[in-house]
Write a protein that binds this ligand. Sequence first.
Ligand code: ADP
Ligand code: MG
Length: 287
Amino acid sequence: MGQGLHISFLGVDGIGKTSLATHLAQLLREHGLPVRLISWRRALEQNEATPWPGHALQQLWLETYRLLYGGSSCNGTPVVLPRDYPHWRDGDYEDRLGRSEVSGSRHAGPTAAALVELAGNVVLFPEIVRPALQRGEIVIQETFPYKHVLKQLLIAERIPSDPVHGELIDHVMSFMTTMFGTAAFQPDIGVLMDGPISLAYEWRMDESGHVGVLEDFSAAGERGKLSFHRLQEQTVDAFRRVAKDWNWLVHTVDDTGLATNMSRGLELITAHPALRAAMADRHVGRD
Ligand SMILES: Nc1ncnc2c1ncn2[C@@H]1O[C@H](COP(=O)(O)OP(=O)(O)O)[C@@H](O)[C@H]1O
Ligand SMILES: [Mg+2]
């Protein structure tokens, strides 16, 4: 374990993770602490030119989407994704997929996507997260990647298949939950952002007017508000279970406004003994 501190968030899409993570980063920077926001997506940009882990993270990222939409069609035409990451990135495929109505999804694809997502995180943590912690940085990860793997598996489950495949999905689900619970992945401070899914939906619609690729069951051929609610309800049940098992903090948001929710969240997180110690150390160092 390094000198730094790893802080990670779970919560349904639109509930305010990015907002709180950004506010927290700003607050800690104002205290003079070295803060790094880390995600697979950010690592793609920052390690773009490096064969390792850059190219591996790019290829695995693209393959999660190819698998998620494996066998699907859009307006009667098979979904075809580029073979290489630069074409994927420059062609805005992620946004286009988020807006597409697909049909004919196969359960094998999203199940394999979950395993590739796991593989990406097996690279991300020791190669990107841990070195930053060893440099003494405060690593803020706005979404604990358990969430992405969970959603890929829930999408796989949603696509009609046979009991044999259902059993396989259950095994992968239990394996990945165990894996994310180990010291290799667990943050020093984990925060579950809980709250009404209807608010999260409202905030997301106000923000962008549509939900993103993995935010509803559209990869399983179901779009719309109901599909968003159905997927998010299943994720929130799982989040509550793991947050309890992993002893995470719980920040419950409500409709009192962005500023109030943010300050309550910051209060909760900065009261954590590990973060208080880091902030106090910094003050002593400065004097
Ligand atoms: N407590 C809140 N009250 C009102 N709007 C909020 C609140 N929290 C977040 N938002 C807004 O909701 C949208 C989604 O928030 P975001 O932080 O991106 O959520 P997430 O990262 O969990 O998907 C943003 O436009 C954000 O400004
Ligand atoms: Mg976010």
